[in-house]
Ligand binder design. Structure first.
Ligand SMILES: *Cc1c(COP(=O)(O)O)cnc(C)c1O
Length: 338
């Protein structure tokens, strides 16, 4: 409330000192050279793609099991998503599939750190580097996750974050950011987020948008950022409690490995409807992330992705959960007789 009040009292509401402060705070947190606040996570992906040269007609390689956000960003440019299948164990993008899909028309790759689990972005950067294809990291579910000691978002060409209220770091509304080290690229993103202006009313960049971060959200995010590590620790604790406490022949846990954070606690089961109904009857809410693959309705076949969309189920996981609630979920699943 102090942060909100001070913004209201200041009378400065868009792209001011609080946004600059949060950009500095978040760049420092992830260990990036620079950070640019934008309107939301989908815009972050779109602006990152535009800045790296994705244009109408370009092809962008990505996965089809991550909720369609990257697809929306790619399509808004007039580019075409080219989908690759995921690893059946992690449900993350498979580097081998990426290698086999890169072609002459590939303008970029979007790597999604799904559910907080770290995708093999280092391997993909290696594969893409041979062809100088930019790699955009979608870190909207993975604030604070690390790969080889580096934060996600700093391994690829640019990293994109969402601060939608339910994310691991959430604002009191919509917000997003792009992190990166390349000053030319980041300068380009900075112009794109505000009409393509290089200075006020001077539009020098085609493809510019209005996607600014406002001062209220920035002030709130700066105030909440110090809690992120503790919230991530608690989310991880919940995910590990499910992994250790739920052992059922019809349930597979999406693994949690070193460097991962837990955004969503996801299991796979061939009897999803039955488990959903059972838990619902006990007052335990679940959700499906995500029920439809992005390539639905096309000729593309992605067997692992399609199976995952029919079998994934998300159990409750948020830092405010108390131990008794975690126990209730574990016992609830334990009493399921499919
Ligand atoms: C939430 C999310 C986004 C989009 O963020 P918004 O701020 O809602 O636009 C992008 N990618 C992933 C993986 C997400 O979970």
């Amino acid at each position: 409330m102090d942060a909100v009040r001070s913004v209201v009292d200041s009378g400065w509401f868009v792209l001011g000192p609080r946004v600059r402060e949060f950009e500095k705070d978040f760049a420092e947190f992830v260990g990036a050279g620079d950070c640019i606040g934008v309107g939301n996570g989908t815009d972050a992906i779109e602006l990152a793609l535009r800045a790296t040269g994705v244009a109408p007609g370009s092809e962008v390689v990505t996965v089809a099991n991550a909720g369609g956000y990257a697809s929306a960003a790619i399509r808004s440019i007039g580019a075409t998503p080219v989908y690759v299948d995921v690893d059946p164990e992690t449900l993350l993008v498979s580097p081998e599939a990426v290698r086999g899909t890169l072609g002459e028309a590939t303008a970029a790759i979007v790597v999604t750190h799904l559910y907080g689990r770290v995708a093999p972005v280092d391997q993909i950067v290696g594969i893409a580097g041979d062809r100088a294809v930019p790699v955009i990291e979608d870190c909207a579910q993975a604030h604070g996750a690390t790969v080889g000691g580096a934060h996600v978002g700093t391994v690829g060409t640019l990293g994109c974050f969402s601060f939608y209220p339910t994310k691991n770091l959430g604002a009191l509304g919509d917000a997003g950011a792009i992190v990166g080290d390349d000053q030319d690229l980041m300068g380009h993103v900075r112009r794109l987020r505000q009409y393509g202006w290089s200075q006020k009313y001077h539009r020098t960049e085609p493809g510019g948008r209005n996607s600014r971060l406002d001062e209220l959200q920035a002030a709130v995010l700066s105030a909440l950022l110090p809690n992120l590590d503790e919230w991530n620790r608690r989310r991880c604790e919940i995910g590990l409690a499910y992994r250790d406490g739920i052992s059922h022949p019809d349930i597979r846990h999406v693994p949690i490995r070193d460097g991962d954070v837990v955004h969503l606690a996801v299991v796979e089961t061939g009897r999803r409807q039955s488990l959903e109904a059972h838990l619902g009857g006990l007052g335990i809410a679940t959700d499906v992330h995500y029920p439809a693959p992005d390539h639905a309705g096309s000729e593309t076949r992605l067997p692992v992705t399609e199976t995952a969309c029919e079998s994934v189920l998300t159990l409750p996981c948020f830092p405010e959960m108390i131990d008794a609630e975690i126990e209730m979920v574990i016992e609830g699943v334990g009493s399921w007789r499919p």
